[in-house]
Design a protein around this ligand. Structure first.
Ligand code: ACM
Length: 598
């Protein structure tokens, strides 16, 4: 007897039977598929408007890397991919808008400069996820533009340091999914990672820590006795900025102040209120050691920002502002004097004084300031933008006051949170943020009116790296969750549909494989339907089709030599027996092991 009783299977089958062959993520504004195909071959050429060399070069380089085809650019050819800049003088277009027309003879991408880049990303998703020199691209007309202007990904490079090469890959992976803002967390208690020429000790001292706490061994503390360091030179930063610019990714550097500054204080003890010396922090969690809000410290940070602003061409500078303990300030004579002089009544007011002074400086240099939502607590200027992380309240308050906000609430956007509740999940900070929950996120809070919601710039995922030390771990945490987020921030709200997304995601599993991304293989879901005493129907599914499932009934962890599941079967289990299952995909990549909870 055969059973198909799991909605997931049915939905995936019905998706296939629609004849749908396009799997674009994020879902475009409109797609009309026509009969026929454009036959891609080494004879295809790229033609482009003069100003579109960068985008043409990007496409050429990608096609050479992944399909070993270099479509030399030349005029008067029959089969071509054309990149045509929209004439924005004739009509106003959204800054990221594009049109694609694939016919049997040509592929034409028309758009703004950034739009053409996004059109190229869509086109790349119409190509096979395997090395081929000849393939068909379905004839299609697409019109597309994003819902939000801030489509962000953050990366904490303080707790763990990531190479220039990986930061570039991170930017590449963002760009594949039309994410456009890279929030680069460069300083924190556990390491200062950006070269500042005026203050060389920031990196000479602040980029090194004696050791790193092992896993979650807070009390008693256990360190790994291995020195850890790393920083980006200004030349490396320039190289990364250029790389990002070519991929239409803006980098927002974050220089934390006045909290999360122990690494800076380890380098220059005079930055703290008591001039005491501290080491760069080796354990995770907060530190009581904060910057003293004196004019000298503020000037020190203005000097740092001069160098930072010269390196990063984007309009925003992130100043942190989160989690500032007041203990040191409460004991400090200098802080009392500042409070009297400036008529400040509270300690959040002291932070506001610090941050608002820095903001004036940033604005005087023609840039904008953004900070974590704590900067609202003591009163913030009308110009500051807010990153809402302690829930959505900060974003709501900001938008109601006419301050721009980026939504990054922990419950939906913290990609350091665990992807399952399974004890086999690799070490993660806590929380529970599965793929479907990311996909369900709606960045505009219902509390806002239509006018207020204009102040919601978009959303962002944060990737804190206390428990993520390698590129492979980062990729595991962001894929496929970033793919879900891309649809949250790019696609129109009416286009979102979880099961349709899951259907399109199937191609993206292959594409991630093809592009060398270490994504998380969805774990098997075990379903046991009772038939009679100790008799069940066993069904195993997962979010990824074509996974091979293996299972055991003796409590051992399954491997590829265990029983292979091919279809729903009848099974006899005693009350203490459990099923354990694993998904293994074609490349040999494995999911975590799941266990039946009868
Ligand atoms: C934060 O997660 N402390 C902004």
């Amino acid at each position: 007897m055969k059973y198909i009783f799991i909605p997931l299977i049915i939905l995936l089958f019905s998706f296939k039977s629609n004849g749908q062959t396009l799997s674009i993520i994020p879902q475009p504004v409109s797609i009309e598929q026509q009969d026929g195909v454009f036959s891609f071959s080494p004879q295809v050429k790229i033609v482009f408007d003069e100003d579109e060399f960068m985008n043409a070069n990007y496409l050429n380089t990608y096609l050479a890397k992944y399909y070993q085809v270099r479509p030399l650019v030349q005029p008067n050819i029959k089969k071509y991919i054309a990149l045509r800049l929209l004439n924005s003088k004739q009509k106003s277009f959204s800054p990221d808008e594009y049109f694609i027309s694939v016919t049997t003879d040509s592929i034409v991408i028309t758009g703004t400069d950034a739009g053409i880049f996004y059109g190229i990303q869509t086109l790349l998703q119409l190509m096979p996820a395997e090395m081929k020199m000849q393939f068909d691209i379905p004839c299609v007309t697409i019109h597309d533009y994003p819902r939000f202007s801030w489509r962000g990904m953050h990366l904490d490079c303080s707790r763990h340091f990531f190479s220039v090469e990986f930061v570039k890959k991170y930017i590449d992976m963002m760009a594949y999914y039309k994410m456009n803002t890279f929030h680069w967390h460069l300083t924190d208690d556990q390491g200062w990672r950006i070269e500042i020429k005026q203050y060389p000790k920031l990196t000479e001292v602040g980029s090194h820590r004696k050791e790193t706490m092992v896993a979650k061994n807070f009390t008693p503390y256990i360190g790994d006795k291995t020195p850890y360091d790393g920083f980006y030179s200004q030349e490396q930063i320039k190289e990364i900025v250029k790389y990002a610019t070519l991929r239409h990714v803006t980098i927002v550097p974050e220089i934390e102040m006045p909290g999360h500054s122990q690494a800076a204080i380890a380098a220059y003890p005079e930055l703290a209120c008591f001039g005491m010396s501290f080491d760069v922090l080796t354990k995770w969690g907060g530190s009581d050691v904060v910057l003293c809000p004196t004019p000298e410290v503020i000037e020190f940070y203005e000097n740092i920002l001069d160098e930072v602003m010269a390196l990063f061409p984007g309009e925003y500078i992130h100043v942190g502002g989160d989690e500032v303990p007041e203990g040191h300030w409460k004991k400090s004579k200098q802080v009392t004097e500042i409070m009297l002089k400036e008529n400040i009544k509270t300690y959040p007011g002291v932070e506001a004084y610090f941050i608002n002074t820095i903001e004036k400086y940033i604005i005087s240099k023609g840039k904008k300031m953004i900070g974590w939502d704590e900067i609202l607590d003591g009163g913030v200027s009308a110009n500051a933008s807010i990153m809402s992380w302690r829930g959505t309240e900060g974003g709501i308050a900001a938008a109601k006051h006419g301050n721009y906000a980026v939504m990054t609430p922990g419950d939906f956007c913290y990609f350091d949170h665990c992807q399952s509740k399974n004890s086999m999940e690799p070490l993660c900070i806590g929380g529970f943020l599965p793929l479907e929950k990311v996909y369900s996120y709606e960045p505009v809070p219902t509390e806002l009116t239509a006018e207020q919601s204009i102040y919601i710039l978009g959303a962002q995922a944060n990737v804190w790296t206390e428990y993520l030390a390698t590129p492979e771990q980062i990729e595991y945490m962001i894929f496929p969750r970033m793919i879900a987020l891309s649809e949250v921030v790019w696609s129109q709200k009416t286009k979102k549909d979880w099961w349709d997304f899951v259907g399109r995601l199937q191609y993206h599993f292959s594409l991630m494989e093809f592009r060398g991304i270490n994504y998380r293989v969805p774990e098997p879901e075990i379903q046991l339907r009772p038939l009679a005493e100790n008799k069940f129907t066993l069904g195993i599914t997962s979010l990824k089709q074509n996974s091979d499932f293996y299972y055991t009934t003796d409590g051992t962890n399954p491997t590829s030599s265990s029983l292979k599941y091919s279809e729903a079967i009848e099974i006899t289990l005693t009350p203490t027996q459990k099923i354990k299952a694993i998904a293994i995909i074609k490349s040999g990549k494995k999911s975590i092991v799941t266990e039946s909870g009868k």
